[in-house]
Ligand binder design. Structure first.
Ligand SMILES: C[S@@+](CC[C@H](N)C(=O)[O-])C[C@H]1O[C@@H](n2cnc3c(N)ncnc32)[C@H](O)[C@@H]1O
Length: 429
């Protein structure tokens, strides 16, 4: 009789309607599949049950997080090959969900599960968030943010490096992650036309990098708001260390509770993904109201592609359960429309998709280079979640499934004088 890996390989081929692009290693050490390809390791019966009976994204993610399923070799090649097979129809025209309902497939799957031995103890709990719908109240947003950001500043230092910027960098030719993050902050400051003595609000200030850069390099006064206590403590220390306490104030505050406008400029970098479709107009309107006439907003945000049938859009189950419990992506056209509806004049949209892919690959490399410490600083499950989500996101940017854009918008006064230069080479008004 064929060994476990060969049986699993032919069953997977039957389910997917195409050969597996990865090698397989089963719980008993047997191997099958293309030599030299990355190896999908199926460690036990629990992983097998998830693959065979509930092959959706969440089932696979649970097996991955618990360590029952692993990938050895190049993670990107493996994910890229498998994603295409899992989400697209096989050569026989069936989806994976249709294939697993096939009685012949189910019978073969049951045989294989018996072969994998008796049940093993349940996997350790792995910090999965369940909720019914995106509420985006102040309380639910704070809990969601805490789930993602309050996992230890040391862990984020290891992944993000000394810049502590958690958004897409701007890569000129060559350059390091550090210099690319600095160039991104510089690009934002230039677009906002910052000048000494002006007032900047940085919503979603993270660990304070933008606030520090703007205050240090442009002499502006900055208010930075975040929902994460750990981020605020860290950012305040950086501000004090640089002697900038007279110019930078970091608050643990929801952007909806900022009332001490007006500001000359607002930056929102990697924050609007947390706002949610239902609240987006409210978000845009609040920022509009906080700006002085002629004030500028730079909104830097991940976008998804629009669907032919928007009602069929599903949030990404894995990201939703493990990574960003309340994140919601919108197409760029929707964002621009909502900003316009709030009263803004949208002046410029810059797509930075490839820049985010490169940034994410660098974060994954940082994580992999110091893996054991990353596991110690968080937990094996969380380190595995971060590695998978960042690698899968890099691929999604590379394959143009998602994008990221900087939108420059102005609260143009009734006179129509936007204050922007007619040529945008310098961005200064
Ligand atoms: C991906 S991080 C980006 C941090 C920073 N802008 C950067 O580029 O490094 C998102 C930030 O948005 C903040 N955030 C999310 N929802 C918020 C809200 N409702 N009010 C204030 N900050 C919020 C989070 O606390 C976090 O600091």
């Amino acid at each position: 009789m064929a060994d476990a890996a060969s049986r699993l390989n032919s069953l997977a081929e039957q389910m997917l309607g195409a050969p597996l692009p990865v090698r397989l290693r089963a719980w008993d050490g047997s191997q099958a599949g293309p030599p030299g390809a990355p190896t999908l390791v199926v460690r036990n019966r629990r992983a097998l049950r998830r693959i065979l009976f509930k092959p959706g994204e969440l089932g696979l993610a649970r097996a991955w997080v618990a360590g029952d399923l692993d990938i050895e070799g190049d993670l990107y090649t493996a994910l890229d090959g498998m994603a295409a097979l899992i989400w697209e129809r096989g050569e026989d025209g069936r989806t994976l969900r249709q294939a697993v309902r096939d009685p012949a497939v189910r019978a073969a799957a049951r045989e294989l599960v018996k072969l994998a031995g008796p049940p093993i103890p349940p996997a350790p709990p792995c910090e999965e968030v369940r909720r019914r719908r995106h509420l985006h109240t102040r309380g639910s947003d704070k809990r969601a943010i805490s789930h993602h950001y309050d996992v230890g500043n040391d862990f984020y230092e290891l992944v993000l490096g000394p810049s502590m910027v958690y958004s897409c960098a701007y890569w000129e030719d060559g350059g390091t992650l550090e210099s690319a993050q600095r160039d991104k902050l510089e690009l934002v400051c230039a677009k906002l036309g910052l000048k000494e003595g002006r007032r900047l609000l940085d919503v979603g200030c993270g660990w304070g990098s933008m606030a520090l850069h703007a205050a240090r390099e442009y002499g502006v006064s900055v208010v930075g708001v975040t929902l994460s206590q750990e981020q605020a403590v860290y950012a305040r220390k950086r501000v004090a260390d640089e002697g900038l306490t007279d110019r930078v104030e970091i608050r643990v505050q929801d952007y909806r509770d900022v009332t001490d406008g007006p500001f000359d400029a607002i930056s929102s970098i990697g924050m609007a993904e947390h706002v949610g479709a239902e609240r987006y107009l409210e978000y845009a309107s609040r920022l509009y109201d906080l700006l002085t006439p002629g004030g500028r907003l730079l909104n830097h945000q991940i976008a998804r592609r629009p669907q032919r049938d928007e009602s069929a859009y599903n949030v990404d189950e894995f990201i939703d359960a493990y990574v960003f419990p309340d994140g919601e992506l919108a197409p760029i056209g929707t964002t621009v429309t909502q900003l316009e509806r709030a009263g803004f004049e949208v002046r410029d949209v810059q797509a930075l998709r490839e820049h985010y892919a490169r940034t994410l690959r660098q974060w994954v490399a940082n994580l992999e280079a110091d893996w054991d410490r990353a596991v110690r600083l968080t937990s094996p499950g969380r380190a595995r979640v971060w590695r998978l989500y960042m690698a899968a996101s890099a691929l999604a940017f590379e394959r143009n499934r998602i994008g990221v854009n900087q939108v420059l918008a102005v609260r143009t006064p009734d006179s129509g004088a936007s204050g922007l230069p007619s040529r945008t080479r310098t961005w200064q008004g």
